[in-house]
Design a protein. Structure first.
Length: 182
């Protein structure tokens, strides 16, 4: 669980529930669900009923895409889709305008969509070991971004300097620059 999820959990005193614990409960009483390490290649359709979810952990599965209804989970402030098989950033996420923490590390996509600009509340973005090569213009509009983790990726000194210039005030975690990238 990330530092943000731990802080969220401690602040509100709601436990993360497994799907087996949550699926038969009243959807408006469940705020945190974890599918972590469930070996899922798709999500259950009934998850769409949980409109008041604040945190959803889908980490360490075999997801190649997210269903469209994920973008309708308007109350989400924390989403972890790390360690899946995503080769394209799920654009459904761009509809989650209240999202504060997005963990997408260890996936295979190389680009972020320009619609990421709509994640105006985003404070933390974890792209550790996800081979992002460029950032769209809309990315620079994330005015609430405080922490960006790009460790595990190789970037040139020039790229790193330019990124830091474009995102002043953002803590950017980077590996040492690689001169081989110039």
């Amino acid at each position: 669980m990330s530092w943000f999820a731990n802080a969220l959990h401690a602040q509100e005193q709601f436990p993360f529930l497994s799907w087996d614990q949550a699926k038969d409960a009243s959807p408006d009483t469940i705020f945190y669900i974890s599918f972590s390490k469930s070996k899922l290649s798709s999500l259950p359709a009934d998850l769409a009923k949980f409109k008041y979810l604040k945190a959803l952990d889908l980490s360490k599965n075999q997801l190649e895409e997210l269903p469209d209804y994920v973008g309708g989970l308007d109350s989400l402030i924390y989403l972890d889709i790390s360690r899946n098989n995503l080769s394209i950033f799920p654009v459904e996420i761009c509809r989650l305008t209240g999202l504060k923490s997005l963990i997408v590390n260890r996936n295979e996509f190389e680009e972020l969509p320009d619609c990421i600009r709509y994640l105006s509340a985003l404070e933390q973005l974890d792209l550790w070991s996800t081979p992002i090569r460029t950032f769209p213009a809309g990315f620079m509009e994330l005015k609430n971004l405080k922490k960006l983790d790009l460790q595990g990726n190789r970037y040139s000194p020039t790229f790193q300097r330019q990124l830091k210039e474009k995102l002043p005030g953002v803590t950017i975690l980077l590996d040492p620059p690689c001169d081989c990238m110039e």
